[in-house]
Design a protein. Sequence first.
Length: 91
Amino acid sequence: MDHFADRLRAAPQSRLQRSGAAEALQLARSLARWAQELEGLEPREMPDAGMFAAADQVTVAARDLAVVLPTDDEVASAVRLVEEAQTRAGV
């Protein structure tokens, strides 16, 4: 997650506009929803705070999720989601 977030922060605006920011926001929303469900909370959608906030949104959502993931298998699944999102984002 840190690697993906760092790549987003370093990406040019054109790359963020093409796919990077949208992919990061989609990932952040998925991770946040997953964490909320594990905590027994009613899921709320993470707002779109703009392309320059996408890296921070991924970081916050991933760290929140990491705190509540109960098994190593679920941690591995979360890591795969981040890696796949980074590939799709092209960063």
